[in-house]
Design a binder for this molecule. Structure first.
Ligand code: AMP
Ligand code: ZN
Length: 110
């Protein structure tokens, strides 16, 4: 089981900022900005490049909805969104995740 599946499974702790039946968002353990959140589908999909199935594509596209939700909820005035795909392009954890970074620290306690 990958490290993010273990977080989904609550086998290892994380600072969760959003959760529903299909998605989870939590603080990056090694933040590169004052706000650094990872948004993942609970379903284990290794890489953006492996998304071929129509339903999986929908699942991955909706990661942006969770980003909007967090931006609104936390009132973040600006952000950077990115996703790495494959280890030779910076992907360390083999479970799709969208990075949400902001130089603004959220004013709301998680
Ligand atoms: P990437 O390089 O795109 O695969 O990003 C993986 C991110 O996961 C990195 O920014 C790591 O700091 C982060 N990370 C790795 N393990 C954990 C963990 N247990 N909890 C939270 N974030 C993690
Ligand atoms: Zn996984």
């Amino acid at each position: 089981m990958c490290v993010f599946c273990k977080i989904v499974d609550k086998q290892i702790p994380a600072e969760i900022v959003y959760e529903d039946d299909k998605y989870l968002a939590f603080k990056d353990i090694n933040p590169k900005a004052p706000t650094h959140i990872l948004i993942i589908p609970k379903k284990h999909i290794e890489s953006f490049h492996l998304v071929k199935d129509k339903d999986d594509k929908k699942l991955v596209k909706w990661l942006l909805d969770i980003a909007w939700e967090i931006i609104d909820q936390q009132n973040l005035p600006g952000c950077q969104l990115h996703m790495n795909s494959w280890s030779d392009h910076g992907q360390e954890v083999p479970h799709i995740h969208l990075h949400l970074l902001s130089k603004d620290k959220t004013s709301i306690k998680w």
